[in-house]
Design a protein around this ligand. Sequence first.
Ligand code: LLP
Length: 426
Amino acid sequence: MTVEIAAELFPSSATSGPHGITVGGVALAELASRYGTPLVVYDEAHLRQRCCDARSAFPDGVSYAAKAFLCKAIARLVHEEGLGLDVASGGELAVAVAAGLPGSAITMHGNNKSDREITLALRHRVGRIVIDSHEELTRVEADAAVLGLRVPVAIRVNPGVQAATHPSIRTGGVESKFGVSIVSGAAQSLARLAQVSRSVDLHGVHVHIGSQLTGMGPSDDAIASAAAFALMHGAEELIVGGGLGVPYRVGDHAPTFRDWSSAAGAAAERGGFTGRILAEPGRSIVAAAGIAVYSIGTVKEAGVGTRFVAVDGGISDNPRPALYGARYHAELVAPVDDSAPMDEMRYTVVGKNCESSDVFAEDVVFHRSPRAGDLLAIPVAGAYGYAMASNYNGLGRPAVVFVADGQERLVLRREDESDMSRLDVA
Ligand code: LLP
């Protein structure tokens, strides 16, 4: 008998069989025994396919939003696949540079760039800086003048449109800190300044109203508004941000890159814009390529007719449950053992952090009773898990491996106990 995995949530190379769940031709159990747990496993072929799909939907250009998951290996991979890289800080920029990406492939974002970040971006000759305020334009102009540069910029507009997603990841409503308001007229005055500036070139208009969007409606209005704005100010590029949602659990639905690009194209047309349309997806490139693998340490009865399965990670390696109430799918990695009866019990998968929000999955049915020492796989764990991980409770970040064609490579080493005091200087 084989393990029935929820195939739609796993990378296309995932199979289940006598070695349990295998991804990219490598058994997760083998990876866990070699690298330990928690472990994040990315299917390289899946990552590359997502890059290709995004590029063919947005032929004018795609930049991967590094905040979803960044290390040198992913920066190189997306670059090899012809994508640019969006960075939101000097730290992300430094990783991109360390990975060997040329400045021209990098877009510098951020709603509060420091002088140092602006200088670094200019020194590396980034492909564009996305301006987020009047003050920032002045600072970029001043720096550009010192360096004798004319800097390509885009203006991030806030269209005053609220996305249908979790309030913490909406970025386009009038109350949002992101972008410059079209509604108040601030964006128009900023664009006029950029148009006459001798230090910057107004290439583009940028709009991003939220993340994990599973429908297109409000984004269409935001894009139409940004498109009309781009037209009015002679910008030849419309950057429609990221935001494309992904299914996290069985039964979830999300649009495809194609659905997104068609909707964006139609909305831009509505705004009268005929220039280039670029996208910067983060989650939709990396989420489903990544599987988090944990070891179960404890199984215990809860007082309410469920049992807890506690794993050796938690909100310290993926804070999304605590931040957004996110819930995931979970599977035992092990193959079905014919001698073990099917387990009818419902389980709640929790971590080992000291917070009650430390819950990965609820109402989980496993193919057999989970026990201490079993491996547990959480699919669709590739976006904003590792990227937002912390050392809360003194837990180290997981190791990260990429798998392809039956081979794995370690791309990020695990943090261990000795890392927990590495910043201490007294
Ligand atoms: N471009 C800009 C300017 C952004 O702010 C973002 C995400 C993206 C692109 C990529 O968006 P994506 O395609 O990944 O939705 N930590 C949250 C998500 C925060 C997204 C912030 N900005 C989460 O775990 O759901």
